[in-house]
Design a protein around this ligand. Structure first.
Ligand SMILES: Cc1ncc(COP(=O)(O)O)c(C=O)c1O
Length: 503
């Protein structure tokens, strides 16, 4: 990939479409294609080894075993793999990912899951408990975010499988409403370039044009650019509360004013913030307005499986009115299989996950979420203070509990590599080059913040003494950040996914 990377300087100032055209032409030249394939192969071999650590250590099954495998053996294998994988996150070394993680909480959710493993909310007649759980989850989450107040009395929603599905569905809803009510067939939705990739996925899946606007120097969506981007096909605006990359809350109040003025929908992605910000505000933190208390907010995505501490696989999408929610639903009256209708993307769904989500929310209660939020905010304050003693690192923007760190003096990806070697799993980001650390309850355990700061200090000192940008993961991140040929990079990612599904 080095040869291709070296072309970067030449193409940096070319417009995007021209780079794409040159890339397409180059890939048609057999010798260039061969070179790209060979470079890809070289890069994939070590990746495959690291993605498949159990090869040779556990039996593998490319085909169905002819005879039944003893349940005891199956359970033993699963337990061993679980043990290997949970060591790192249990001790707080992992950014995001596992949001609660206390064994007692996990055991409780598992108990609930076991009781409901056969339930399916698609069959609401058979499993009225599942529909009870889902209706109450939605109602509780709406109530946390301004629903049920005089200005937003009828907030409704559905339970989905995760943040991505909540976002996909909200975007589809705006697309379908624009078709039905405004006759717009090529809808545009305005998002910040820092909005979650799920918005781009919605664009690809549903044929919506996502108009991306830049963020300002504080990594907040630039309102003046939003205003300029609004046109006759604009159907909705999107703001994050906060954004995944830098943990920054977009100016939702300003977006609400624009949405009111231009009669647009406004989706707030609170997948990360939905279970932190309302409680942070109650604890006295200066949280800007971001929810249904703002008059133009028409939908929100809120992840119960993040800071709501449910098991993985649930989120909530909320709408200001039941009429808007109707554009999300799927119904058919002509199918020989009968009258069919479902609220979300899936047909059959795991009722057990909704049961576990409901149980997690009840067992936490407001009191529990206030406690967890306080613990996370206190740890964040400690880390923020400690970062001041590492002048080589620059905190991006003014986040609350998700820290993106960049540097003007050391290669930040080498620092990330060093943190990896010290057992940490942080998220490498680009545009600009940085990595982030999303704090969860795991980091509120005694000593974790101190260990993080010490390891960070040591990593920076090591990189200053031993700069080696061509080793470890640093060159891969560097290439991803700088390679002009996004199509080639996209092919690399598809090959990565191919490996994931290799036995
Ligand atoms: C702000 C934000 N939105 C959406 C998502 C997507 O959530 P999921 O991974 O549950 O699909 C994430 C995930 O981290 C997120 O941080």
């Amino acid at each position: 990939m080095k040869n291709i990377e070296s072309l970067n300087g030449i193409f940096r100032y070319f417009p995007h479409w021209l780079v794409r055209m040159i890339e397409n032409l180059m890939q048609k030249i057999p010798s260039v294609k061969l070179m790209i394939d060979a470079e890809n192969e070289k890069m994939m071999a070590p990746l495959e080894a690291s993605l498949k650590p159990y090869r040779g250590k556990f039996d593998s099954f490319a085909a169905l075993p002819a005879t039944s495998r003893p349940r005891k053996t199956i359970l033993e294998d699963i337990q061993k793999m679980n043990q290997i994988e949970s060591d790192r996150w249990k001790d707080g070394y992992v950014s995001g990912g596992i949001y609660h993680g206390d064994q007692e909480h996990i055991d409780f959710l598992n108990q609930v899951y076991a009781l409901h493993s056969q339930s399916n909310p698609l069959h609401s007649d058979l499993f009225p408990s599942a529909t009870k759980f889902e209706a109450e989850i939605v109602s509780m989450v709406a109530g946390m975010l301004g629903g049920g107040t005089p200005s937003a009395p009828s907030v409704v929603g559905t339970v989905t499988s995760g943040g991505t599905e909540s976002i996909l569905l909200a975007m589809k809803t705006y697309r379908d409403r624009a078709r039905a009510e405004r006759g717009i067939y090529e809808p545009e939705i305005i998002v910040a370039e820092t909005a979650h990739a799920a918005f781009d996925k919605a664009s690809q899946y549903f044929g919506i044009n996502m108009v991306k606007v830049p963020v300002d120097s504080n990594f907040k969506m630039d309102l003046s650019r939003v205003k300029r981007a609004i046109g006759s096909k604009t159907v909705a605006l999107v703001g994050s509360s906060p954004s995944f990359p830098h943990g920054i809350i977009d100016p939702i109040e300003g977006l609400s004013e624009l949405a009111t003025k231009y009669k647009l929908g406004l989706h707030v992605d609170a997948c990360l913030g939905g279970f932190i910000l309302p409680f942070a505000r109650k604890l006295g933190a200066p949280v800007p307005a971001f929810d249904f208390n703002l008059p133009a907010v028409t939908s929100m995505s809120v992840d119960t499986h993040k800071y709501g501490f449910a098991a993985k696989g649930t989120s909530v999408v909320l709408y200001r009115t039941p009429e808007l929610r109707h554009y999300q639903y799927y119904t058919t009256t002509e199918w020989p299989g009968g009258l069919y209708f479902s609220p979300t993307l899936a047909g059959s769904r795991p009722g057990a996950l909704s049961a576990a989500c409901w149980a997690a929310m009840l067992s936490m209660g407001e009191e529990g979420y206030l406690r967890s939020t306080r613990a996370i905010l206190d740890t964040a304050a400690k880390i923020r203070e400690g970062l001041k003693s590492i002048p080589e690192l620059r905190l991006l923007g003014d986040p609350i509990w998700i820290f993106a760190l960049a540097s003007d003096t050391v290669n930040i990806y080498e620092v990330l590599d060093q943190m990896n070697q010290r057992h940490w799993s942080l998220n490498g980001l680009h545009k600009p080059s940085c990595f982030h650390f999303a704090l969860t309850l795991r980091q509120t355990q005694p000593g974790v913040a101190e260990r993080f700061l010490q390891d960070l200090k040591d990593s920076v000192a090591y990189v200053k003494k031993n700069p080696s940008p061509n080793e470890g993961l640093a060159p891969v991140y560097g290439m991803a950040a700088s390679l002009p040929f996004r199509g080639i990079l996209s092919d690399v990612l598809k090959k990565y996914l191919d490996i994931v599904y290799k036995v």
